[in-house]
Design a protein around this ligand. Structure first.
Ligand SMILES: Cc1cc2nc3c(=O)[nH]c(=O)nc-3n(C[C@H](O)[C@H](O)[C@H](O)COP(=O)(O)O)c2cc1C
Length: 275
């Protein structure tokens, strides 16, 4: 998973051919394996896999990605309860899906804003939502278009450690040089994670072996959406941090603590690392 975290980037232009039987089986297996998994807040995703034997040009138009996502042969999405904690879980679980697909050599891109939810409305029941989907296919040669989007989204830029990472409290930013070992690696894989419009709203306070995750919401961002888009980013950050702990064979526990609120950030959860 760590290699996939480091390799992954958003793919918006795909090779123009439907997936073959082997690919369909691979994606089916990924979904099947992830289906029972729960997020840190205990929610599960009900996945759907949308593909056809012919290219999805007309379908893609309906899904509302036309012109923005090119030649996607299939889409994977999921349904979850529409609550803040469930959306964090969706970010966490769906990133496992994205990384598993990356490991198998597929291209993906999180789509939270640029698709039409009503195209999939038959999948949802009341108080459920499809927070995001991804196309799945093979990456085509990157064109000018993709590069332009990456430029607009400043996709290759990531916040520095001292903009997202703090020791004991918010007044003590940590820089890249003052941290080492597995903790540094865990934070580096959070740093490279995808986030909606590359806003990277995750903030982390490390305090005596406990790592607290916060959301620093971008003002006026995605307010028209029927759920909190940046809660997805938090789930992704937690997924990546956990993969770093797993790689380092660290024992840890997710905890929701009652006394770690800080002004203007939203407390999500903490990870207690065993000494
Ligand atoms: C929750 C979420 C929603 C996103 N929604 C969209 C989207 O609607 N359209 C799009 O083109 N990219 C979308 N992205 C992709 C981001 O723009 C991209 O991850 C970010 O710019 C960093 O680039 P990278 O993924 O290549 O590292 C989304 C990413 C996340 C995590």
């Amino acid at each position: 998973m760590m290699d996939a975290i480091l390799d992954r980037k958003s793919v918006r232009t795909y090779v123009k051919k439907p997936l073959d039987a082997h690919d369909l089986e691979l994606i089916g297996d990924i979904i099947h394996n992830l289906e029972p998994k729960k997020g840190p807040f205990g929610h599960q995703i009900r996945y759907f896999f949308y593909h056809q034997d012919t290219l999805l040009d007309d379908e893609a138009k309906k899904i509302g990605t036309y012109g923005f996502i090119k030649n996607a042969p299939s889409f994977v999405g999921g349904v979850i309860e529409n609550s803040f904690e469930a959306i964090v879980d969706y970010g966490y679980l769906f990133e496992h899906m994205i990384l598993s697909a990356t490991e198998e050599g597929f291209g993906t891109v999180w789509l939270g804003g640029t698709f039409d939810r009503s195209a999939f409305s038959s999948y949802t029941k009341s108080n459920e939502i499809i927070p995001a989907i991804t196309p799945i296919g093979y990456e085509a040669d990157r064109r000018f278009f993709e590069k332009a989007i990456r430029y607009v989204a400043k996709a290759d830029r990531r916040k520095k450690f001292d903009e997202m990472l703090f020791l004991h409290d918010r007044n003590h930013p940590i820089n890249h040089e003052s941290i080492d070992g597995f903790m540094k690696r865990c934070l580096e894989v959070v740093q490279v994670g995808p986030s909606a419009s590359n806003k990277q709203p995750w903030r982390i306070i490390i305090d005596d072996g406990i790592v607290h995750f916060y959301l620093d919401k971008t003002p006026n961002y995605a307010t028209m959406m029927p759920f909190d888009m940046q809660a997805l980013d938090m789930g992704i950050a937690i997924c990546h941090f956990e993969q770093g702990l797993i790689e380092a064979n660290q024992k840890y526990q997710f905890k929701v603590l009652s006394n770690h609120q800080v002004p203007s950030w939203i407390y999500i959860l903490s990870i207690e690392i065993s000494k």
